[in-house]
Design a protein around this ligand. Sequence first.
Ligand SMILES: C=C(O[C@H]1C=CC=C(C(=O)O)[C@@H]1O)C(=O)O
Length: 403
Amino acid sequence: MPGLRVRTERAELGRLLEHADPRAPLAIRRGVDGIVGRGEALRLEFSGPSRLSDAADAWRRVAQDAVVDDAVGVPGTGLVAFGAFAFDDDSAATSVLIVPQVVVGRRGDDEWITWIGDEGRLHPTAVDEVRVELADGAIDAERYRAVVAEATERIRSGEAEKLVVARDRVGQLPPDGDVRSVAVGLVQRYPDAVTYAVDGLVGASPETLVAAHRGHFFSRVLAGTAARGATPARDAEIAEALASGDKDLREHRFAADSAMAVLRELAPDARASEPFPLRLPNLWHLATDITGTLGEGRSTLDVLALLHPTAAVAGTPRAASLRIIRELEGVDRGRYAGPVGWVDGDGGGEWVIALRGAEIAPDGAIRAFAGAGIVAGSDPAAELAETAVKLRPITDALADPLP
Ligand SMILES: C=C(O[C@H]1C=CC=C(C(=O)O)[C@@H]1O)C(=O)O
């Protein structure tokens, strides 16, 4: 197959999401910055346990063969692919890398357009509002409390130290519903999170698995959660309690330590911050930031192949937690809690965990998931309430997209 022809030029764009396909938007946004794609110049699909390392190898070949003319030269210009990967090795969901036919992007003062293959004209269209209410899915509130209770039992009996168990909510997008409206609702409400829309997966994630440019990487591990307080004083107390509470710190350490162990393998200079409370519009998380330098020739996809699934979405130890989660949840998570993001021709890019979102199937069926990390002493009612807060971003964006 001949290599892709890629050309990036400066442009004036207006609203980025208006350049995306209403039914199949491709977008990774953080506030006003981000990239949006339209069409498919190349689609690569992967499945099974080696889906991430297969993607890393396939992408190296695509990048090697591409002929790139990039007049802008900032992260997100030149050759890029959007990607979304299944959570579980055994998932029926496919994992994809998609190179669009057109990518538009903004980073600070830079705005650009990248043509992949034939060049044409932009056709932005206004975003139509859709409103959808979600209802109980396969795991309703009662079943979720039982799943959490069972998870704590399994932990008590020594089968695992931490288990992240999730529940789902479902809905139906109207025929020809504009998926971009959900993304607009998320970008407006969660400007500090990464809003993603890739192959039907849409949400706003606060958790960066890996972002890298010219070999320097950043990773943010989140685990440990509390709802925001109603007054500034109460809010400050909650943050303080989260940062010093034994249960949350323990839950957090499992996630931070496992990420650090993996990242050290790839980057001996990897350094972790102390855990700190991270404020989001709807909740507090405990966060650890890790930075370092990737070895020569390593791509963000290579990092994902080792890092996914972290203890923030699976548990500790990894293999046992995956087996128990499958058993307790009894549903295929699809791409929920898998990596979603973009990669460029040098292997740089930005990948977050597909949290706080939903999958929209080609027939419009919507399934949203949210989970919580369970350790010894977790309370089923509190974990149910935590998942309700985590479902709010996608629930609100679907119910009232353009506030
Ligand atoms: C599993 C989810 O969140 C994870 C990420 C941050 C904090 C978490 C927690 O405190 O339980 C979860 O590990 C989710 O949002 O569905």
